[in-house]
Design a protein around this ligand. Structure first.
Ligand code: IFM
Length: 441
């Protein structure tokens, strides 16, 4: 046993996270496939096409995950594959998922299954998607089918991934389908998704006693560009309220916050067994009277900040422990359901990974119950409106040839997962420049 210094708890799980449309390939029956085939929607006109070919052969990547010593893996079920038209279920699709999940278990990997991760069946889109309150019963009807079919292989369920991102990018910024820019509709959509989460939470518990049900919440920091400027502080607070506060307030505290409403959300209260944290970066917000669609806030970054590739934000590992501490106020177990950076040449990722995991370790030392960490992601995958331009994978993928090439970070992450610790040897081997920071003499 090497001289480990940053030990993680003995039952801590190390994993990777993915989502159906980003990895399966040929998901032709959802709104993203249609969007990709419209001009100017996706960077460079990229398309998901075969993605990572998981529908045919997820198992090859499961083998890679197992060889890295990972003990959990987060994937999502594609609603448009399961329910091909309203109420019509494709049992062969459910069988395929069942095989995948059994395959994970056979490799000693505990699955965490997300039921909605950004993609909607085309038939739902044609009925106005999540702007339609009927999306709630449609969603629970689908959840009932999935949970009934897969409950013998899954205990950890994540109802919905990042409803705040779905509503913000699809209905405020217009960068995701359906490309709307309207805060009122965005608020309606987010409210419906949170109600659907709560209804699904109740339903899953009726169907499966031992289920553990949560939601993956993207928490992004919005700090005032100039903390002494009250206008910057207000603009940052409004963003924080919309993006970070409305979701936990509704589904844990049972309270609608503006702009979703104001008052009790009793049916939604305490509908979480755990909370998932998706953490990536922070923004600085400056007041800008012209930025009407974004509540008079303009995003900036400090000159000292280290930028991430492709304009994804700034490298801010301290934000991970800050976000964990913030969510800990809910008193729930926490799973880090996503964290990673886009980095094709892997010149930042080893350092970024070590610094984030060190922050995670620090949060755990503060007696916060963090159960697992899922790196986003195992293999480069289709990054929504950014197409193939933001490679988040520990393993590089050539989507044309499907050839995979592990980046140095894959071996680094495997070493940490296998040792359940960050050792001095690992730091020296992968990011020696961090020794004075992480291991001061
Ligand atoms: O790829 C996405 C994922 O689908 C949701 N969370 C953020 C990731 C990286 O942008």
């Amino acid at each position: 046993m090497p001289d480990a210094i940053f030990h993680f708890p003995p039952d801590f799980r190390w994993g990777v996270a993915t989502a159906s449309h980003q990895v399966e390939g040929n998901n032709r029956n959802n709104q993203w496939w249609e969007w990709e085939h419209q001009p100017d929607r996706i960077a460079h006109g990229h398309k998901s096409e075969l993605a990572c070919n998981w529908w045919q052969d997820a198992e090859a990547d499961f083998d890679r995950a197992a060889a890295m010593g990972l003990t959990t893996l987060r994937l999502s079920i594609e609603w448009s594959r399961v329910e091909i038209s309203p109420g019509r279920v494709d049992t062969a699709a459910l069988d395929r998922y069942h095989d995948m999940l059994q395959g994970l278990r056979a490799r000693g990997i505990e699955p965490l299954v997300t039921l909605h991760h950004f993609s909607d069946p085309l038939w739902l889109k044609e009925k106005r998607g999540w702007a339609n309150p009927d999306a709630i019963p449609y969603f629970t009807r689908y959840v009932e089918q999935v949970v009934s079919a897969l409950r013998d292989t899954v205990k950890l369920w994540c109802t919905i991934n990042e409803p705040n991102v779905y509503a913000s990018l699809g209905y405020i910024l217009g960068q995701f389908p359906p490309g709307v820019q309207d805060l009122r509709t965005a608020s309606i959509v987010l409210r419906h998704m949170l109600q659907a989460h709560s209804a699904a939470y109740q339903l899953i518990h009726q169907l499966q006693e031992e289920a553990e049900v949560g939601l993956a919440h993207n928490l992004r920091f919005f700090d005032p560009a100039n903390p002494r400027n009250p206008l910057d502080r207000t603009a940052a607070w409004i963003r924080d309220l919309w993006f970070n506060q409305t979701t936990p307030a509704a589904i844990w505290r049972g309270w609608w916050l503006p702009p979703l409403g104001f008052g009790p959300a009793l049916a939604s209260r305490h509908t979480l067994d755990w909370i998932g944290l998706n953490y990536y970066t922070r923004d600085l917000v400056a007041f800008d009277r012209n930025a009407k669609t974004t509540a008079f806030g303009r995003i900036t970054h400090s000159q000292d900040a280290e930028p991430l590739d492709g304009g994804y934000g700034e490298l801010y590992p301290e934000g991970l422990s800050r976000a964990i501490r913030r969510l800990a106020s809910l008193g729930l177990p926490i799973h880090i359901t996503e964290n990673g950076i886009p980095d094709a040449d892997d010149d930042q990722r080893p350092r970024a990974l070590l610094r984030h995991l060190h922050q995670l370790w620090k949060a755990i030392q503060g007696n916060i119950r963090v159960m697992s960490y899922y790196h986003w992601t195992l293999v480069d995958n289709f990054e929504w409106a950014d197409g193939w331009t933001l490679p988040f994978g520990l393993i590089e993928l050539d989507p044309q040839s499907q050839v995979r090439t592990p980046r140095p970070s894959a071996a680094l992450y495997a070493a940490i997962a296998k040792g359940n610790a960050i050792t001095p040897e690992v730091i020296d081997a992968y990011a020696p420049e961090l020794r004075p920071v992480l291991l001061p003499a």
